[in-house]
Write a protein that binds this ligand. Structure first.
Ligand code: HEC
Ligand code: HEC
Length: 216
């Protein structure tokens, strides 16, 4: 009998044990209720399932977070955690994260805000020009203030003003409706003012324009 075989066996069993114990650590680190779990691990193991590992969510069901403003991310995570942002999908998907510590919230906001900014999409539509006009100039006769005033000339946002360029169209339209029709987003007073006279057609036009912005 070749003496090397049992040795190989022992070595591979030891290897397996190392692998198993590594797996066990990995599994327990999924316990996001533990405030000691680093934000990066939470991002990779939990948030990435919906928002993508780089914050570039593939499905329009989930907003992109890549390159989002850090202050804005901290504010939203704090509002979900405190059950203050109460729009229906936020309630359904984000209200469970009540146990994130302030340090984890800060780390998660750091993680996603430092990713390469969300990418735009080639959007074919005749309303792009209308959308750009609303974004840059607003609609004077309806008192709709130019979006660029707060969200920046390239819609990259600034601090509490979110980055909008390249965000999923359906998410943008949904949020505009939340601001216009409800008080479910507690920091939405400025947006309520802006959107109260925005028609459905114009909401879609400006959201199409926003989704088309940014690197493809
Ligand atoms: C099961 C899917 C799911 C998971 C997991 C998830 N999210 Fe979300 N998240 C959503 C959905 C859906 C929304 C949109 C809610 C809405 O429409 O108000 C959202 C919204 C957000 C927003 C607001 C975005 C914006 O532009 O206002 C932030 C920030 C966010 N999530 C961060 C996170 C972080 C950080 C984690 C991990 C701790 C996480 N999410 C885990 C589904 C998820
Ligand atoms: C006076 C400043 C101001 C103007 C003008 C403004 N916004 Fe906003 N917008 C905000 C603020 C502040 C927020 C974040 C509110 C919050 O934290 O809930 C926001 C949030 C949003 C969101 C939600 C983004 C997300 O990730 O959930 C969308 C969409 C949006 N604005 C679109 C627009 C559009 C389109 C226009 C132009 C028609 C516009 N905004 C004009 C201040 C402004």
């Amino acid at each position: 009998m070749n003496i090397k075989h049992p040795l190989l066996l022992v070595t591979s069993v030891a290897g397996l044990l190392v692998t198993l114990s590594a797996c066990t650590n990995l599994v327990s680190s999924r316990d996001v209720a533990n405030p000691e779990v680093p934000a990066k691990v939470v991002a990779a193991q939990v948030c990435s399932n919906c928002h993508g590992i780089t914050g570039e969510s593939a499905s329009p069901a989930f907003p992109k977070l890549a390159g989002q403003q850090k202050d804005y991310l901290v504010a939203q995570l704090t509002d979900f955690k405190g059950h203050e942002r109460s729009d229906s999908r936020g309630t359904q998907y984000m209200w469970g994260f009540t146990h994130l510590s302030a340090a984890q919230v800060d780390g998660l906001a750091d993680y996603f805000s430092s990713q390469a900014p969300m990418r735009g999409k080639t959007v074919a539509g005749t309303s792009l020009a209308r959308g750009e006009d609303i974004f840059r100039n607003g609609i004077a006769e309806n008192g709709v203030v130019a979006c660029a005033t707060c969200h920046g000339p390239e819609a990259n946002g600034n601090g509490p003003f979110p980055h909008l360029a390249g965000q999923h169209l359906s998410y943008l339209v949904e949020q505009i409706k939340v601001f216009k029709n409800t008080d479910q987003r507690p920091r939405g007073a400025a947006m309520k003012q802006v959107t109260h006279a925005l028609s459905e057609v114009d909401m879609v036009a400006v959201a199409q324009y926003l989704e088309s912005l940014g690197a493809k």
